[in-house]
Design a protein around this ligand. Structure first.
Ligand code: HEM
Length: 349
């Protein structure tokens, strides 16, 4: 991840103005494809792979949730793209399976999710089929694409609009980078342990997730049950009904989160820990229970690596006014472009 982020932002000049939304979407596609799909497939990003994932995006409309196979042009393009993605990924799996152990391109050189799935075995010892593996990695890429880019953009928008929080995060970065094990005089490579120590930055990402949870949780009630509100009012959910948990509403409940509309990352700091006030369902951006997000830790790492690099190496200022939410998209994102100006910092790197 760190390598991809460094390579991407090394293309920025000493100063300039960019659309942060576009930049973050691009770099996250590169980090995700490198970690999940591997080096061979990452080489086709941004290229064919990006185009095909774009077609999957374009095939996701609100109507798709109700009628996923409605024969509309967007769904046809989506299905063709999914088929082509399956073929491309299957080809890479075959090459990896066929190449001999120890040679370039084999499991010893591949530390990505694709290789983990190739190596994995069912309880009876059978390997997964190529189609099963492709069927798992495509949704993994898709699950993290908009969610992670939306949250990383909101993290930036809030940080750049709150000078005090920004200063605290930059100070944390400077302190951690000064002692980062991979550091030499003019260069550092971020390591996993250092990312885990970024507590201020972590709280900022979590607060962006609280204010802008990208997903709602939908469940089907298998049997009739009753819930009680804290005022003692009872509601009955009949068996077979769909239940939608509006995470957004939960996250703005004032008896859980003090001044819920305010960007206040310190609410998660030791001593306050507001995300525990109403038990383990107080903070739901990654959902909870058996089907909680499988990519939570991956997403935090990805977003922290990215903002760590940006804040350690650049002074960034918002050019666009504070952004509104675009509610018409399936995953609510900041509306329009997010223009920022940047200037390369001389030290510390
Ligand atoms: C900030 C980024 C992300 C957010 C906010 C997020 C949020 C969520 C939520 C709320 C759910 C549960 C939906 C439900 O309860 O029905 C979920 C499920 C899931 N997510 Fe994420 N996600 C993110 C990134 C990722 C990434 C990067 C991956 C993969 C690498 C991923 C993989 C999954 C998978 C596999 C599930 C289904 C789990 C299951 O059904 O057992 N997510 N995600």
């Amino acid at each position: 991840m760190a390598e991809e982020v460094e390579n991407y932002f090394s293309r920025w000049g000493d100063q300039g103005t960019v659309d942060l939304k576009h930049e973050l979407e691009q770099v996250l596609m590169l980090t995700a494809s490198r970690c999940l799909l591997g080096k061979e497939l990452r080489e086709s990003v941004p290229g064919k792979l990006c185009e095909l994932f774009g077609e999957l995006d374009n095939g996701l409309h609100l109507i798709s949730g109700l009628l996923p196979y409605l024969p509309i042009p967007a769904h046809r393009r989506r299905d063709r793209a999914r088929q082509r993605l399956g073929e491309i990924i299957t080809e890479v799996i075959r090459l990896r399976r066929n190449s001999s152990r120890g040679a370039a391109g084999t499991d010893e050189n591949n530390d990505d999710m694709l290789q983990c799935l190739i190596n994995s075995r069912y309880k009876d010892g059978c390997a997964m089929t190529d189609a099963e593996i492709a069927g798992l990695v495509v949704p993994l890429m898709f699950a993290g694409k908009h969610t992670s880019s939306g949250v990383s953009i909101w993290t930036g928008v809030h940080l750049l609009s709150n000078p005090n929080h920004l200063a605290a995060v930059v100070a944390e970065q400077d302190r951690l980078m000064a002692s980062c094990p991979g550091r030499t005089d003019d260069y550092h490579r971020l390591d996993y342990d250092t990312v885990q120590e970024m507590r201020s930055l972590h709280c900022c990402v979590k607060e962006a997730l609280r204010l802008h949870p990208p997903v709602a949780a939908v469940r089907q009630a298998y049997k009739h049950f009753t819930v009680q509100t804290k005022e003692g009012k009872e509601y009955t959910i009949p068996g077979g009904h769909m239940v939608v948990s509006t995470i957004l509403v939960n996250h703005y409940l004032p008896h859980i989160y003090k001044d819920p509309h305010v960007f206040d990352p310190q609410r998660f700091a030791p001593g306050r820990e507001e995300e525990k006030v109403a038990g383990r369902f107080s903070f739901l951006s990654f959902s909870a229970g058996r089907h909680a997000c499988a990519g939570e830790s991956f997403s935090y790492t990805q977003i922290k690596v990215l903002w760590s690099y940006l804040l350690s190496n650049f002074e960034i200022k918002m050019v666009s006014p504070f952004l509104e939410t675009e509610w018409s998209t399936v995953i609510p994102e900041p509306k329009g472009k997010v223009m920022v100006s940047y200037r390369r910092r001389t030290a510390p790197k």
